[in-house]
Design a protein around this ligand. Sequence first.
Ligand SMILES: C[S@@+](CC[C@H](N)C(=O)[O-])C[C@H]1O[C@@H](n2cnc3c(N)ncnc32)[C@H](O)[C@@H]1O
Length: 213
Amino acid sequence: MNILNEAIQRYAEQHTNEESPLLSRINRDTHAQVMMPRMLSGHLQGRLLAMISAMIHPKRILEIGTYTGYSALCLAEGLAPQGKLITLDINEELEGRVRKYIAEAGLQEAIDYRIGDAGTLIPGIEEVFDLVFIDADKERYSKYYDLVIDKVRPGGFILADNVLRDGKVLDEKTDKDTRAIQEFNRKIHADPRVENVLLPVRDGIMLLRKVSL
Ligand SMILES: C[S@@+](CC[C@H](N)C(=O)[O-])C[C@H]1O[C@@H](n2cnc3c(N)ncnc32)[C@H](O)[C@@H]1O
């Protein structure tokens, strides 16, 4: 999932802050031991998420799609003091690994990791978020957007990953997940409640700012 030329990607990584030793280990171990390691945000995107979070300095973050916890730890770097990040994932098999990483980062208080279907869990979360990161099953991006938009404060942000789908969004006839992403991109671009920028970083990150209720 990388639309950037490999040499440019390497150059960008070489001129970007390094991952912490823990993030580097999560990245390595995920590639060696976990199915579908390409789902992990990785070095460049991880530093971008950490930087965006530091710019917003959020009190509340919601992440949909924890996987091995890499992006959760990156986003948590920017949290305000006493800030909290809630991260959701349906895959209970990774729970032990993720809890260990959260503990190693000393973030047990700051990160509230919940196992379950995001579509079921989100309606029960009574929080107002400064930042939401959508990075779970592509087919339901629009549904997740509908579920979170009223929980984002005016002026708050939503990020959505993989919105270029390896460039497949350009194809008229494409797979189901890509069609869902095309629909998501059209929908949010037409929504007057948000401003949006599609960043062609890695597999495409949609950056949204909620401008009105
Ligand atoms: C692309 S990975 C997340 C990667 C992670 N955010 C990162 O950057 O390192 C997508 C995750 O979404 C989870 N997921 C898929 N369907 C879900 C659902 N209905 N509810 C919650 N999580 C789901 C998968 O189990 C998987 O771990």
